[in-house]
Design a protein around this ligand. Structure first.
Ligand code: TXA
Ligand code: MG
Length: 340
């Protein structure tokens, strides 16, 4: 056990020194909290995998504060025009770009791949931390592997207290789901993980964008994941989650007929008045940004209720940011889905 200190904005320097000395600090970003280490130091990065219990074949995102850092630290061997276009439109912001890497990237970061994922976050504390440390920071979500990503400093503390050196407290994350991941390492741009930047936004800049199979479907036995993280179950609460696909009245009817005392409805605000069982709303049916912002906090809350064995979740509309909400929920449900 080590002591996990909580830092505020005025203590950025102290947090940055920990990173310079090879330690681990959790930092707020606009998407979720990340668990940061010096991306150029393989030994420091190895501690991230140990603290999270993360499988070693799952690569990490490298965070920078300026596009120029990518060249200054010699992180990629190619920065194509499409990358420059994406950077111009969406950085700083919730977009991660996978590019061919250089030898400056330790194996621990790339997990044996010849590519590296780069992101320029849009959160003043994350950017200040990167700038003060003057390092590129490798940072996966700051949760124990398999639990929902953290959107508050308290979530991080719950998972990693005693395992990391510090947490920079920046309050609630505004986006609430992890960044969109797009690969520019093949003939065509490929969406590997949906997030805060939508498919439509990407297409407006790049034209054609392929959507990887793993985004909306369960990988088949033996099918290789383009993004290793997509093959894990992920975000799984203790209760069994079932996604119910249908309109409001079909959902309410199904839940009221099938639920007992140990069931919970994970629904939209608008569903609550019709439900006869316990419920938690993860936003309005008409606001996919709100659904994204609230989802992980609700999944964590349900995990703390010990008497819930089944969660009937309303299936989000997989458009816009809803694609990210659906992608996370279908994993929480272990791909259990019922058409009503
Ligand atoms: O919003 C975010 O992206 C947050 C914040 C902290 O920046 N980070 C985050 O990291 O979600 P993580 O490690 O939880 O998810 C990174 C995802 C994983 O699915 C991983 O497999 C994929 O990105 N990834 C990382 N490097 C990759 C690469 N070189 N090629 C393909 N996928 C990669
Ligand atoms: Mg993660």
């Amino acid at each position: 056990m080590i002591e996990t200190k909580i830092f505020h904005m005025s203590q950025i320097e102290e947090a940055a020194n920990i990173l310079k000395n090879g330690g681990l600090v959790a930092m707020p970003t606009e998407t979720v909290y990340g668990l940061a280490a010096n991306a150029l130091n393989g030994e420091a990065v190895a501690k991230i995998f140990a603290a999270k219990g993360r499988p070693s074949d799952n690569p990490l995102i490298v965070h920078v504060a300026d596009v120029d850092d990518i060249f200054r630290f010699n992180l990629v061997s190619d920065f194509p025009k499409q990358a420059a276009n994406l950077a111009k439109h969406f950085w700083p912001g919730p977009l991660t770009i996978v590019l061919p890497r250089t030898d400056a990237i330790p194996n621990e970061v790339s997990a044996g791949l010849d590519t590296v994922a780069i992101r320029l976050p849009n959160h003043p504390m994350a950017r200040a931390l990167i700038k003060t440390a003057d390092l590129p920071l490798a940072a996966p979500s700051a949760n124990i592997s398999g639990s929902p990503s953290p959107t508050t400093a308290q979530h991080v503390l719950k998972d990693l207290n005693g395992k990391i050196d510090g947490i920079l407290d920046g309050g609630n994350c505004l986006v609430g789901v992890e960044s969109t991941v797009i690969s520019l390492c093949e003939d065509k741009p490929r969406l590997l993980r949906p997030g805060g930047i939508t498919l439509r936004q990407l297409k407006e800049v790049l034209g054609d964008v392929l959507v990887d199979d793993a985004v909306l479907h369960q990988l088949k036995e033996g099918q290789k994941a383009s993004s290793p993280g997509m093959k894990y179950k992920h975000y799984a609460p203790k209760a069994k989650v079932i996604l119910l696909k249908g309109d409001r009245s079909a959902y309410i009817d199904y839940v009221n007929k099938n639920a007992d005392n140990h069931c919970l409805a994970l629904c939209y605000y608008e569903d609550v008045p019709g439900l006869l069982v316990k419920s938690e709303a993860f936003g309005s049916e008409y606001d996919d940004s709100e659904q994204a912002r609230l989802l992980f906090d609700k999944l964590r809350k349900i995990d703390e209720m010990n008497d819930i064995s089944t969660v009937y979740a309303r299936c989000p509309n997989p458009d816009g940011i809803g694609m990210a909400v659906y992608n996370r929920l279908i994993r929480a449900a272990g791909f259990r889905e019922v058409d009503l």
